[in-house]
Ligand binder design. Structure first.
Ligand SMILES: [Zn+2]
Length: 70
């Protein structure tokens, strides 16, 4: 897995999909850093991204978690 491999896409700024369930949208790269590994909204697959658990100074701009029905 290369850091620039696309492992999924973000649609509507909030919804995360794996590459099996979407083929367009804002690309999520394997090397992108997340506080929590995003899971595909469609099939539930957890995307293989870089999860950072500490030292994060600036959260990603597309954090939409924490509300709504799951
Ligand atoms: Zn999926």
């Amino acid at each position: 897995m290369k850091a620039y491999d696309i492992v999924g896409y973000v649609l509507h700024e909030c919804d995360v999909f794996c590459t099996d369930c979407a083929n367009h949208g804002y690309p999520i790269f394997a090397g992108s850093e997340w506080d929590v590994a995003p899971a595909c909204d469609e099939c539930g697959d957890v995307l293989d991204v870089a999860v950072i658990t500490e030292g994060s100074s600036t959260p990603p701009t597309m954090m939409c978690q924490g509300g709504g029905a799951g």
